[in-house]
Design a protein around this ligand. Sequence first.
Ligand code: DLL
Length: 432
Amino acid sequence: MIWNEPQECMSRDNMHSLQSRRLQDMVSRVYHNVAFYRKKMQELGLEPGDIKLIDDLPKLPFTTKTDLRDNYPFGLFAVPKSEIVRVHASSGTTGKPTVVGYTRRDVDMFSEVVARSLCSAGASRHDIIQIAYGYGLFTGGLGLHYGSEKIGATVVPISGGNTAKQLQLLQDFGSTVLACTPSYALYLAESMKEAGIDPQELPLRLGIFGAEPWTEEMRKAIEEALSIKAIDIFGLSEIIGPGVSCECENQNGLHIAEDHFVPEIIDPSSLDPITKENTGELVFTTVTKEALPLLRYRTRDLTSLNYEACSCGRTTVRMHKCTGRSDDMLIIRGVNVFPSQVESVLLELRETMPHYLLIVDRVGALDTLEVQVEVDDQYFSDEMTKLEALSRKIKHAVESVLGVSVKIKLVEHKTIQRSEGKAQRIIDKRKL
Ligand code: DLL
């Protein structure tokens, strides 16, 4: 079912006009209400009237996470504080969190885009949606919650963690949809197996997974382990939260709610717009948001855009599954390495489990990369020669994809810490 057909299926020309109209209004709002943007635009010699069409976007200044931090907590808000009905924040690894705010209309729009996402994933009012994203300052729990209520589904607001209870409710309530991070889905699948629960016996049929990168190989592993269809949902708190984009049942690119969030792809070094089909950094301009409208926000996520019509009937642009961020990229002895590349290789080998950790260090002047991976119990052996042969096999497979030498450390099942939210897969000791 398409939740909002007029918006999700309009012609490209109409979308272009709608975005242009909304952009004009938004630029005028930030110019008059946010000192930070007024100053930035003045520095570029720009006035609101100079922006008429969506094609004028490249004239506008970028916004970065640092800008949000520098204006912590509420400095970029475009409305009086009395208009703010909710705040969320993303923790970040260093320093102050990034704080985002919502007006009543922003919360409605947030629910609307999540409702669209859920419908495109194949959920409906007949579903029982178990929300195992964290509730709280993180946007995942409440974001999915409001969207699920909007489509009229039954919400089970269990939040993240409490794995035994998750399994109990999946069984007792017969949840049909599970919403959580892909890494937590995998953890739940593993716990189910240990508890002797057969996923095929459960009514669970659909997963709405996001908030962290995951590969196609990981999707396959989760779909098999839970016996469900796994749909990718993407978003970031700065833009709204989950629901910025989501796959349809074709699982071939994530439809962006581009009547609200206009995407661009730029070259992260030159900052020039690049041909949409090529991979680069994803940038969003929010054209309807009231509390925290952002001009050309640099997400650091790497992807490409596809404007081809989708057989689901939606005409909205699709972004390619996002498998990395520019700041997740490890540079090992000058070679660019993405954790997702390692994940793809490990998941294709039948002896390894989808639980791994990358440890980067520097010995003298040399960067080292250790890949710790769990070995399936049936392949774990007391015989050194067998384990060594397996380690060599994995090393060869990983090195041929990455192009740098790595050290493989085979570990027993359940050695690597499981995640209830966003998985931490890299320990970079060079930065410690
Ligand atoms: O993770 C919002 C969210 C909640 C999305 C629930 C989906 C489901 P933040 O905590 O601000 O917001 O983190 C945003 O997470 O810039 C991406 O790097 C990454 N990310 C989010 N979804 C995906 C995804 C939420 N489906 C950052 N695939 C983003 C890959 C994702 N990366």
